[in-house]
Design a protein around this ligand. Structure first.
Ligand SMILES: [Zn+2]
Length: 298
């Protein structure tokens, strides 16, 4: 059973052909998200048709992951923080049906990632888990008792990056809030804290391991922020498992320090929280999209 899986990111479009949980082909191209959703769909139509022609056989559907707030049941974009202008005005299922002859399903990208890790990745079989995706921002999602948590407005579980962890002298966040987790732990915040635009998780890891004093200070802030954020997610969603993904999850010492903070501060009389690191974070979203046509955890 084959599906097309499109992950519309902040700066790039990832398109994959997936058959029975195996990624047959993966294509990543930069996209101008400021050009508007209609232009993005023109680009996506061409790429989908080309990929379908390269793999013979029947296609079950197209899964689309979007970095915003969605009505997933209605397959409609509600809000996407200034990018993909006009996405909320477009009938996406109609576009997919008319342009590609495919049924389309739509899901938030962090939610797709946790589903992909549970159905095909490093978190197989987990039923009560939260995910933190360490990137430009901190994306989160939650699965409770085997079901992805969505909530009345489709936002439940997604805003863990905007849990406030410092209300007194908290940093201003891009969401309008104060002291949010991602205002300390996202790479946009890391650049500000370092007063250096070249700073990211790789740079932090390199400088930290070399014993650089500024990197040690930033490491301490990030580890505590991620730990405090994870504690709040565990408490909010009664999670047994924390899954780390995204570029920052490759920094093992940072995750270990965050985990130590969690064990010191979390309240879980039922037992001990388990930590999992996504082994192939680059595939988790597309495998989650594939799951929408196959699995029950979605
Ligand atoms: Zn925020």
């Amino acid at each position: 059973m084959k599906t097309l899986c499109a992950d519309l990111g902040g700066t790039r479009l990832k398109l994959a052909a997936v058959e029975n949980g195996v990624v047959l082909e993966n294509e990543v191209t930069p996209i101008d998200t400021n050009a508007g959703m209609e232009r993005v769909l023109e680009n996506l139509t061409v790429r989908c048709r080309a990929m379908m022609s390269r793999h013979a056989g029947e296609w079950k559907g197209l899964g689309v992951a979007f970095p915003g707030i969605l009505d997933e049941a209605a397959r409609h974009v509600i809000y996407c923080s200034g990018k993909y202008a006009g996405a909320d005005k477009i009938d996406l299922p109609k576009w997919a049906s008319e342009s590609l002859g495919l049924e389309m399903k739509l899901i938030n990208d962090a939610r797709a990632a946790i589903i992909g890790e549970i159905n095909y990745g490093s978190a197989t079989g987990e039923t009560d888990a939260v995910m933190l995706i360490l990137g430009t921002g901190i994306g989160t999602a939650a699965v409770c008792q085997g079901k992805v948590y969505r909530g009345k407005h489709g936002m439940a579980g997604l805003l863990g990056g905007h849990f406030s962890i410092d209300f007194d002298n908290g940093r201003k966040c891009i969401c309008g809030g104060t002291g949010c987790l991602e205002a300390y732990a996202g790479t946009w915040a890391l650049k500000e804290l370092a007063e250096d635009k070249s700073y990211d998780f790789q740079r932090l890891e390199r400088d930290y391991l070399a014993g650089d004093e500024k990197a040690k200070m930033l490491f301490g802030i990030q580890a505590k922020a991620l730990g405090a954020g994870a504690v709040s997610l565990i408490h909010a969603f009664d999670a047994e498992t924390v899954i780390f993904s995204g570029g920052g999850s490759r920094f093992a010492a940072l995750l270990e320090a965050a985990e130590a903070y969690v064990y010191e501060h979390v309240w879980t009389p039922w037992g001990k929280v388990k930590f999992i690191v996504a082994q192939h974070p680059e595939d988790s979203v597309v495998l989650g999209l594939h799951s929408l046509f196959v699995h029950h955890v979605c």
